[in-house]
Design a protein around this ligand. Structure first.
Ligand code: UDP
Length: 478
């Protein structure tokens, strides 16, 4: 049965962020927070999505809420529940908005009925939490169907779309046709890039806000080389003895966490030995991330002449509640892996990270991104691609497809290398080999990458833009 649930997030101290962004940027943030606080008064700001863990939206919401709360703005995060039939429909919708057919199934009356019937009890619960004048941000297609009920309850509604394509086609048309009746109840629309906005939406009510990463979260906080090493050894991702530095990280509430749970290596024998170059892609198991294409590109164009190892890392496929295709994508990768030559099989690893403790999961991703020599993101489509910003923040050189928001993050040849065509596996291999073979060049790209994130993709810019939008909504200009 579909049930709404609330995700609890602790507050992040703004003092800690000030140590990263400096006093001028912090002062601006406090000023914005004070104005939002005054405009909100007794009203609440709620976010609604469909998973608490295992993807960019969950990652970003955890960060945004923690920082908003640290600044004295109370926000709540609610997750809609649904059964597999509902998530089959919403995943299809998700793939359509990326311009792909997904599982190829229809988005007709029967799917609309499944969608609406699942959201009806979620909407009942949401409406009981919302008072007139509250602002509700609905994230992505999954909760969009609650909009009319929330509107009737007097909420101001923002639809935040994290996905999209620069090249709309017949699939995006079908996806928009399905969603359009729900979106008509929303007051404002937020996209990651202008090209993602469909032309039938009122353009004056559409806003561009790019995501950000939290430099203090378990995912991105600094870790010493020895802690990185020990986390990977402890998680079973590096064949070596621990240094003794331990596997501790700091949670948002200031308490310490420790990496203890092993990762699951799918069919891939021992983990990489210490000292070999690691090429990494971290993603959900999703065909749009093309983990299988990365495997083939590495197997054919990197592994034969190199001792580098590839690690394809994703969340445990049982943990991401709104993603029914994860297990099939992982199985397809595992099957492709099985048919590789022996030497290449030893150099390639499919890894699932447990989600039982999201901070522990994040600390392992952090360690992997810091340890990697090259980070890939060979997506076929991408809304923003937080994994790219995460690697860039750690000073890693990235090789990523120039799709969606990745092109807003990486300047080709300056802060990473962009691939024009996701299907050009030879180009992906060549860019990877180039970075492995030229460490000074890789380091220059990595340093510029970190600076680019510092300037554009940290939370103060992100919160400031949400603050502007909230104030516009609350004073009735939107
Ligand atoms: N991620 C994670 N654990 C995993 C795999 C992915 O925490 O095992 C995170 C990753 O670090 C990033 C997010 O999931 O923060 C993926 O966001 P992105 O925008 O790259 O893609 P999305 O999943 O939203 O399509």
């Amino acid at each position: 049965m579909a049930r709404l649930r609330e995700v609890q997030v602790g507050a992040q101290s703004p003092q800690a962020l000030e140590a990263v962004i400096g006093s001028a940027r912090t002062a601006h943030l406090h000023d914005q927070a004070r104005q939002v606080w005054e405009a909100l008064g007794a009203r609440e700001f709620l976010h609604v999505n469909s998973t608490a863990a295992g993807g960019g939206v969950a990652e970003m919401l955890a960060n945004l809420l923690a920082q908003s709360r640290g600044l004295g703005i109370d926000t709540r995060w609610l997750v809609v529940g649904g059964d597999p039939a509902f998530f089959e429909v919403t995943k299809r919708l998700h793939n359509h908005l990326y311009g792909h057919p997904g599982d190829g199934g229809p988005l007709g009356d029967a799917q609309r009925e499944t969608y609406e019937q699942t959201l009806a009890p979620n909407a009942d619960e949401l409406v009981s939490l919302v008072r007139p004048g509250d602002v509700v941000a609905l994230h992505d297609p999954q909760p969009a169907g609650t909009a009319s009920r929330l509107r009737e309850a007097g909420a101001k509604l923002v639809w935040r779309c994290h996905i999209g394509t620069d090249a709309p086609n017949e699939w995006t048309e079908i996806g928009w046709r399905f969603l359009r009746p729900y979106l008509e109840h929303c007051d404002a629309f937020v996209f990651s890039r202008p090209n993602f906005i469909p032309d039938w939406l009122p353009q004056e009510r559409c806003f561009i806000i790019q995501p950000s990463l939290d430099p203090l979260s378990a995912k991105n906080q600094p870790l010493s080389d020895d802690v990185v090493h020990d986390i990977l050894v402890r998680a079973g991702l590096l064949s070596d003895a621990p240094t003794g530095a331990g596997t501790m990280f700091v949670r948002r509430d200031g308490t310490r966490g420790r990496v203890d749970r092993p990762a699951e290596l799918i069919d891939s024998g021992p983990p990489p030995p210490a000292g070999v170059p690691i090429v990494l892609q971290v993603s959900r198991w999703d065909r749009m991330k093309d983990m299988r294409g990365v495997l083939t590109a590495f197997a054919e164009h990197v592994a034969p002449d190199s001792d580098a190892h590839l690690m394809l890392v994703g969340p445990s496929v049982h943990g991401v509640s709104d993603d029914p295709e994860g297990a099939a994508d992982l199985a397809a990768c595992a099957e492709a892996w099985t048919s590789l030559p022996d030497k290449v099989r030893r150099q390639t690893h499919l890894v699932c990270l447990p989600l039982a403790d999201v901070d522990e999961n994040a600390a392992v991703v952090n360690a992997l991104q810091r340890y990697a020599m090259v980070v890939l993101q060979k997506s076929i489509a991408e809304g923003f691609g937080l994994t790219v910003a995460e690697a860039m923040w750690k000073g890693r050189p990235v090789v990523a497809t120039d799709v969606g928001g990745i092109g807003d993050q990486v300047i080709d040849g300056e802060s990473g290398l962009l691939l024009a065509d996701a299907s050009d596996l030879a180009a992906c291999g060549a860019a990877t080999r180039r970075l492995i073979g030229d460490p000074p060049y890789a380091q220059r790209l990595g340093e510029a990458a970190r600076q680019r994130v510092f300037e554009h993709f940290l939370p103060d810019r992100h919160l400031d833009q949400w603050g502007d939008l909230l104030r516009a909504l609350l004073v009735g200009q939107t």
